[in-house]
Write a new protein. Structure first.
Length: 83
């Protein structure tokens, strides 16, 4: 279970412990920050601000769409939307 190859501890953490503690939103935010940090390392420094702005606009557009449908928060995202 704890072997890195199978990422068992990560699966237990994400599928059991986080939901039990009600920390899904914090986990999503943490994952987003990790993805941002990793992705920005691949982008030239002079383009980083523009890329971050485009990503932020994309998230804002999605948030406005969910709000117009009266869907808010983590629970508004279906499993099929999670990549």
């Amino acid at each position: 279970l704890m072997l890195p190859l199978f990422r068992g501890s990560d699966k237990v953490f994400r599928t059991i412990l986080v939901p039990l503690a009600g920390l899904q939103e914090l986990l999503v935010r943490r994952d987003a920050e990790e993805i941002k940090r990793t992705a920005l390392q691949e982008i030239a420094p002079e383009r980083r601000a523009l890329v971050l702005k485009e990503i932020a606009e994309s998230y804002a557009t999605d948030a406005r769409k969910l709000e117009s449908e009266n869907k808010t928060g983590y629970q508004s995202i279906g499993d099929s939307q999670i990549v």
